[in-house]
Design a protein around this ligand. Structure first.
Ligand code: FAD
Length: 318
């Protein structure tokens, strides 16, 4: 039996966006640091709950990206999906969905993780950051743009693109806030719905988040960003992806033929990417499936050929 967790935090607010998607605001008992940046946007904390019905199952803990900005010190916000078909016998989200404001829970207060601007694209890099969020994978990017504006209320967010994919428009959490960042700070925000036929009032983009990089559609991104045709390249853009394997894998497959370099040792090795080439695709996976099946020899060979063709084209253009 997993040991029961000792609770050290309170769920202070719960906002249900749909029956399976919620914003959870949690206050740890331990006061959050009063000054300075106490975490870096993009990091996560570990949340935990005990199964109080099937007590023998004990406690379960799961990492969750922090959606709030570090400047917020009264509570920590999380954007969480109820997982319909979990893998474990004591799924965290099934316990969380039984909880209400005022209930106690466990939080590992020390934020962790390297899916941050300083640890990926770098704070001084001038290239556009294209952030691809599948579902609740929006959380780290929300924390990043919220913090940028908290630190400098006049900050232009024109160097950030947030592509947010969801099944239905009702699942596009934080839309109002992101649209306000478009109006007031020049953020590029591209919400997209993958089941528009079941969402008759939706008039926006359709398809999954990764479909923006598909044939014919990348031109639209180039126009939006003021890049020349064919200019959506690692010299102008870096990519950050957060979500499940399908999105991460498809983004990598679409962008490697443009010369983007995934920040993953095994993929780099399989594609024979030289060590001195800096990564330009960074990702945080919410599941454990490898984004690219490296056992699939024909697919790997195709990607490798496309990557090296892109690089020799760039070299001969210099
Ligand atoms: C660094 C990190 C940060 C994370 N941050 C978040 C977050 O901010 N919000 C969030 O909702 N989840 C987040 N997750 C996923 C989370 O930790 C759990 O895996 C998820 O809540 C399922 O846990 P469970 O115990 O209910 O189900 P489990 O029995 O553990 O089932 C796991 C399966 O759930 C599926 N799954 C996991 N996450 C999601 C998701 N977000 N949407 C749909 N299906 C999913 C995957 O297929 C996975 O294989 C994060 C994961 C990691 C590694």
């Amino acid at each position: 039996m997993a040991k029961p967790l000792e609770y050290n935090a309170t769920l202070v607010e719960r906002e249900d966006l749909t029956s399976a998607l919620g914003v959870f605001r949690i206050r740890p008992d331990e006061a959050l640091p009063g000054t300075g940046s106490w975490f870096v946007p993009g990091q996560y904390m570990v949340l935990g709950l005990n199964n109080e019905v099937k007590v023998e199952l004990g406690g379960v803990r799961r990492p969750m990206s922090i959606a709030s900005a570090p400047e917020r010190r009264d509570l920590v916000e999380f954007y969480i999906r109820y997982v319909e078909r979990p893998e474990s016998d004591n799924p965290f989200t099934h316990l969380l969905w039984t909880r209400k404001a005022g209930d106690r829970m466990y939080v590992r207060v020390h934020p962790t993780g390297k899916f941050t601007v300083p640890d990926t694209v770098g704070i001084d890099d001038r290239r556009i950051k294209v952030c691809v969020a599948a579902g609740t994978g929006l959380a780290p990017f929300l924390s990043m743009v919220r913090s940028e504006v908290n630190q400098d209320p006049r900050r232009s967010l024109a160097d950030y693109v947030i592509i947010h994919g969801a099944s239905y428009s009702a699942d596009l959490g934080y839309r109002d806030e992101l649209e306000a960042l478009v109006r007031n700070h020049g953020l590029h925000y591209l919400p997209t719905v993958s089941r528009p036929q079941q969402d008759p009032n939706w008039r926006g983009h359709s398809g999954r988040a990764e479909s923006f990089f598909g044939p014919g559609r990348i031109d639209g991104l180039e126009d939006l960003l003021g890049l020349p045709r064919g200019g959506f390249l690692p010299s102008a853009v870096q990519i950050l992806i957060c979500g499940l394997q399908g999105t991460i894998g498809q983004c990598i497959e679409s962008l490697v033929p443009r010369g983007f370099v995934p920040d993953n040792r095994k993929i780099r090795r399989a594609l024979e990417i030289a060590d001195d080439l800096k990564p330009t695709i960074f990702y945080e996976a919410y599941d454990t499936i490898p984004p690219i099946d490296l056992e699939d020899a024909p697919r790997v060979a195709g990607l490798k050929a496309a990557f090296h063709a892109a690089h020799s084209a760039t070299r001969s253009a210099l």
